[in-house]
Design a protein around this ligand. Structure first.
Ligand code: TXA
Ligand code: MG
Length: 344
């Protein structure tokens, strides 16, 4: 059974961090908050512990983990970053950005899924940073959800998915951004955006100049999926169908009703109409990102037959929101009333 430890997100108690760090060093699994989502951590150099992560999550073995570090120096022991990327890392870390680099250290096969590269990230959450420092070892951690489910943005989500099979859960309340880190492959020149996140494409371009954005990173299709192994799996999806609606939401609700379906409406920005159930996601892009996964989890607890959501502008963190919404909808996107009649 999991040991739940409540910690203050900004100044966790020393003995709580020490206890969790001991579990990591002993080969246990610790779920911990980051500024993006909760992670499920193990000592990145422990083969057995990192293999257990895959089992507990039900994660396919070909989907590698992100290795979390507490400094640029720790990252440089594990991966090779070109000099200009080291300079950038020093400016943006700790922060919600992951670099895919050439692997240097001998890591367990499970962690990198046998790839010659490794994903490195230094999280900007006091609890995560102190845990890595105290453990004295990099921590391999995917998001702490069952494979396919939305990532956990609060401790109750972790308990719901993995409560029976992990050792410790550090509960620091809700995470700050709510969507996973931006992933950039810096083994390529120009670098390639593998997953949009809170560190925006606009910011990336101001640092790197050119950045390549494959269509799948925008969430536009399943092409090029081999680049980031994790992007090809069904993700973030509620059990009930979710349709993205690019036209008048009120008309969309009427169409669902014509078909005898109860509708849950995800309200975003000022796009909100009455449905059988209304889930308020947020009034601005940051609030939408923060609440998105909790709202997706809530869809399944409503009595609705189908959920509909508007689209958001693909600027700033909006690119990440649309990437996740497209996946969560299984690419069911209705541009017109006819589209929706066909999809329902
Ligand atoms: O914000 C985050 O990044 C969170 C927190 C816990 O840090 N972690 C997270 O991990 O989202 P996960 O495992 O859910 O997603 C990691 C993604 C997967 O899509 C995986 O395929 C990709 O990173 N990845 C890992 N190593 C890679 C590599 N060497 N090359 C390309 N993609 C890689
Ligand atoms: Mg994940």
């Amino acid at each position: 059974m999991v040991k739940l430890i409540r910690v203050d997100p900004l100044s966790p108690r020393r003995e709580d961090i020490e206890e969790a760090a001991r579990i990591i060093r002993a080969g246990g699994l610790v779920a911990f908050p980051t500024e993006t989502v909760y992670g499920l951590g193990a000592d990145a150099f422990n083969e057995e512990a990192s293999t257990r992560i895959f089992k507990v999550k039900g994660r396919p073995a070909d989907n590698p983990l992100i290795v979390h570090v507490s400094s640029v120096d720790m990252a440089l022991n594990i991966g090779e970053l070109p000099d200009h990327v080291v300079d950038i890392a020093k400016r943006v870390w700790p922060g919600p950005i992951t670099f895919v680099a050439k692997k240097k250290a001998e890591l367990p096969r499970a962690v990198t899924a046998g790839l010659p590269t490794v994903a490195l990230r230094c999280p900007a959450h006091p609890v995560a940073l102190r845990l890595i420092e105290e453990a004295g070892t990099p921590i391999a951690a995917p998001s702490a959800n069952k494979a396919g489910k939305p990532s956990p943005t609060e401790a109750s989500h972790v308990l719901e998915d993995l409560g029976d099979s992990i050792d410790v859960l550090l509960d620091a309340g809700r995470t700050f951004f709510g969507v996973e880190s931006t992933i950039v492959d810096v083994t390529k020149e120009p670098p390639v955006l593998l997953r949009p996140g809170p560190f925006t494409l606009e910011e990336l371009r101001s640092l790197f100049g050119e950045v390549v954005v494959p269509s799948f990173a925008k969430g536009l299709g399943e092409a090029d999926v081999a680049l980031a192994p994790g992007m090809k799996y069904r993700h973030y999806a509620p059990e009930k169908p979710l349709v993205l609606v690019e036209f008048d939401l009120k008309l969309a609700v009427d169409i669902a009703h014509e078909k005898g379906l109860k509708v849950a409406v995800l309200c975003m920005h000022d796009k909100c109409v009455e449905g059988d159930v209304v889930l308020k996601v947020g009034a601005d892009l940051y609030e939408i990102a923060k609440n998105l996964y909790d709202s997706l989890r809530k869809i399944d607890r409503t009595n609705a037959d189908v959920a509909i959501a508007p689209t958001v502008p693909e600027q700033g963190i909006g690119l990440a929101i649309m990437n996740r919404l497209r996946k969560a909808s299984g690419y069911r996107i209705a541009r017109s009333a006819e589209d929706l009649r066909r999809l329902l």
